[in-house]
Design a protein around this ligand. Structure first.
Ligand code: KG4
Ligand code: ZN
Length: 340
């Protein structure tokens, strides 16, 4: 039989994503973002995000259908991010998905945002060999997940105990007077002549007694801010490229080290990296280098699929259909603190 066509909705943060897949084939990935509306606040403002989702939702659905060359009547199932994320933002996507599912008389699947980040890679690189390890790093999350089966069994091994990795990039960029979101600016500054060994910034939670798979970036962020302030107080110029490169090196060093240790301890030889920070050029390079040395294959979706989007939700929806998982009820709740 033909693979099911799934319409996916993602509104957990500041991206309104509507994607369409047929099995593991990507048909459309329409994304509207309110990132510019948040820039002057230096972070996502929940109420602003919710309103932007509301305004962008229906046009984004139409754009996705147009790209795929499909009509609503062609859709076989609906999937939506039910959590975790911003409560009001999630509600908009969940309400929209329910409305489409009800109107079309099709099943709806409420899915976990993190599992969707893992699943999206299949649209680009084909079936994910499982068990796999997933390192998800974005402005909202930093998690290590053991993935025996992306549709039915995703297990958290650890996560950040304070700031998310992307949040640390954003805050350090602000200290350096770079734009928001900060990740791409730091990445670029580091590449343009930054020395990653110029300053020895701390690697959080890497001591022998620390939780092996948890992350902490708030101490690092504070260390960078103190270092920059000291320079400024002394009336010396701040070597922005060196600070960016040294900070980035500290983050990427910890992320790759812990992810590969998790692979080793769980006998896993495929590492998937996702989330907005997966766009980081140093993370990609270091992960591949270190993984190759220990026989682990790295998979990183292209940047547009790493950041939040609807295709990832549709991809997981298609997996759930294929696995014969029961659809959600039409009164499924949005759950802002959903665990994996
Ligand atoms: O996945 P995403 O678009 O949204 C969520 O936060 O869920 O991730 C955005 C985050 C921001 O913190 C941004 O600074 C970071 O991803 N980011 C990067 C890079 N591109 C985006 N961080 C480091 N290097 C990059 N090249
Ligand atoms: Zn995300």
């Amino acid at each position: 039989a033909d693979q099911p066509i799934v319409l996916g909705f993602e509104t957990s943060c500041d991206e309104t994503g509507v994607g369409i897949v047929r099995g593991t084939e990507l048909l459309a990935d329409a994304v509207a973002t309110s990132v510019n509306e948040h820039a002057r606040f230096g972070g996502v403002v929940p109420e602003v995000a919710s309103r932007a989702h509301l305004e962008a939702m229906v046009p984004t659905v139409h754009r996705a259908l147009e790209t795929a060359g499909l009509k609503l009547g062609d859709i076989d199932a609906v999937a939506v991010t039910a959590g975790p994320g911003l409560a009001g933002a999630l509600l908009v996507g969940v309400a929209a998905a329910k409305a489409y599912a009800l109107a079309l008389g099709k099943p709806i699947f409420g899915v976990n945002h993190l599992a969707a980040h893992v699943c999206v890679d299949q649209l680009e690189h084909g079936k994910l060999p499982q068990p796999a390890m997933a390192l998800l790093v974005s402005g909202g999350h930093s998690s290590l997940l053991l993935v025996p089966d992306v549709a039915t069994d995703v297990r958290p091994l650890g996560g950040t105990i304070d700031d998310a990795a992307g949040e640390a990039f954003d805050k350090v960029a602000r200290v350096l007077g770079l734009g928001f979101p900060g990740g791409p600016h730091i990445d670029r500054a580091a590449r343009e002549g930054g020395d990653p060994d110029a300053i020895a910034f701390p690697r959080g939670l890497t001591g022998p007694r620390d939780a092996p798979f948890d992350f902490s970036f708030s101490g690092l962020k504070t260390a960078v801010a103190r270092w920059v302030e000291a320079k400024q107080r002394a009336g010396e110029p701040v070597p922005v490229a060196d600070v960016a490169a040294s900070f980035q090196e500290a983050v990427v060093d910890v992320l790759t080290r812990k992810a590969l240790r998790a692979c080793k301890e769980n006998g896993v030889d495929h590492l998937l990296i996702g989330g907005g920070v997966a766009a980081n050029s140093r993370l990609r390079t270091m992960a591949v280098e270190r993984a190759e040395a220990v026989g682990v294959r790295v998979r990183v979706p292209r940047p547009g699929l790493c950041t939040d989007n609807g295709a990832m939700v549709a991809a997981l929806g298609a997996e759930l259909v294929a696995a014969g998982v029961e659809p959600s009820r039409l009164d499924l709740p949005a759950d802002s603190s959903m665990l994996i």
